[in-house]
Design a protein around this ligand. Structure first.
Ligand SMILES: NC(=O)C1=CN([C@@H]2O[C@H](COP(=O)(O)OP(=O)(O)OC[C@H]3O[C@@H](n4cnc5c(N)ncnc54)[C@H](OP(=O)(O)O)[C@@H]3O)[C@@H](O)[C@H]2O)C=CC1
Ligand SMILES: CC[C@](O)(C(C)=O)C(=O)O
Length: 337
């Protein structure tokens, strides 16, 4: 059984008198910085000049270049893109980290794959919210929290877990539940999940459904509603009541189709390929490929991003969503600019 922590297990006093430097103010950075501040924690933001810097200042934070923010901090949370963390860490963070301070991450990639090797004098802690940053903020303002994982890689002070739990409470995660893990487990499950299911698996499933219907002559708008729009409503039911909760709400016809046909789509071949993806995550081949892609200037990444933006489901979807004002309202909070 996983070890879980809730509100009663965490004490914000562990952060009293300490300054937290949130490095980066994107999806996770803005959410964690704002939630911590609203929880009474002293927060500064570390950035380079640009869009995020301006936003953090508009949100009322004291913003500094990364090295300056680190000098002022007792806890440094690195919320830069994974692929830029190593360079910024070596040049602007490591030289200014105080012995006895704490270095935090929200994803274990660079520690687990040995890209960042922190000095033995600092605590190294993972607080990984299990949700996109914009929801970490929205759910907190609604009085709830997004669950998170916690792991201690290095406990130089003997206080790493206590400070980690206080931080998790500050961002609202202990309201929902914080699970103890390791950097290895978080990194491998997170990479697998986003590739096989949450991002890669789901987008391919949606496109395959959409293309099957449109190639058979059905209207793209109907294919969009069936394969993308309604998916959100079905996932909401699963989120609230599990697979059985969803099956309780759909028709018996849909439930029967689920049992007899779902397995024909996600068959043994898919499971075998999922195992192969997991192996490539575990043996570091995916990490090596992603690090190499960044070193080569992201040509493959940028080409695929462009191709995906131009898929017909994106064209029809953006027209249909114009009519859904409530979706547009949310989009402002949930889509990265
Ligand atoms: N997105 C998510 O919801 C989740 C992310 N994570 C993890 O959180 C971390 C942050 O990811 P995410 O929030 O998506 O990142 P984003 O891309 O949304 O934001 C990155 C931030 O870093 C800043 N930045 C980029 N390069 C530099 C630099 N060289 N110097 C200073 N600042 C820089 C950007 O500012 P600028 O405007 O100047 O580019 C921006 O504010 C990653 O480890 C990720 O794996 C974990 C769970 C979920
Ligand atoms: C599913 C994507 C994610 O892993 C997340 C929001 O948790 C990410 O890294 O953005």
């Amino acid at each position: 059984m996983a070890k879980m922590y809730y509100e009663k297990d965490a004490d914000l006093k562990a952060l009293e008198g300490k300054t937290v430097a949130v490095i980066g103010y994107g999806s996770q950075g803005h959410a964690q910085a704002l939630n911590l501040r609203d929880s009474g924690v002293d927060v500064v933001v570390g950035l380079r000049p640009g869009k995020s810097w301006e936003q953090a200042e508009r949100d009322g934070f004291a913003v500094y270049p990364v090295d300056e923010a680190v000098k002022r901090a007792d806890v440094v949370q690195i919320l830069l893109p994974d692929e830029v963390q190593t360079k910024v860490y070596k040049e602007q963070i490591a030289p200014h980290l105080k012995p006895g301070s704490a270095l935090f991450f929200s994803h274990g990639f660079n520690i687990h794959f040995g890209q960042i090797v922190p000095d033995q004098s600092v605590d190294v802690v993972l607080i990984a919210p299990k949700g996109p940053g914009h929801l970490v903020r929205r759910v907190y303002t609604e009085g709830f929290g997004v669950p998170a994982l916690i792991a201690v890689h290095q406990d130089a002070t003997g206080e790493a877990m206590r400070i980690g739990l206080a931080y998790a409470k500050g961002i609202g995660a202990t309201r929902a539940g914080v699970i103890e893990t390791t950097f290895k487990e978080e990194t491998e499950t997170d990479l697998f999940g986003e590739q096989a299911v949450l991002c890669g698996g789901v987008t391919q499933l949606i496109k395959a459904g959409f293309e099957t219907l449109t190639e058979a002559g059905y209207q793209p708008e109907i294919a969009y509603f069936e394969c993308l729009h309604e998916l959100k409503l079905i996932v909401d039911l699963m989120y609230e009541g599990g697979l059985s909760g969803m099956r309780y709400s759909v028709s018996d016809t849909a439930e029967y189709g689920d049992y007899v046909s779902g397995k024909r789509v996600i068959d043994e071949g898919v499971r075998e390929r999922m195992k192969q993806l997991l192996k490539e995550v575990q043996d570091g081949s995916f990490a090596k490929r992603w690090i190499g892609e960044n070193e080569r200037g992201r040509q493959e990444f940028n080409r695929m991003r462009e191709e995906e933006k131009n898929h017909p489901i994106e064209q029809v979807g953006s027209k249909l969503r114009e009519m859904m004002v409530w979706v547009d309202g949310k989009k402002k909070e949930t889509v990265k600019s």
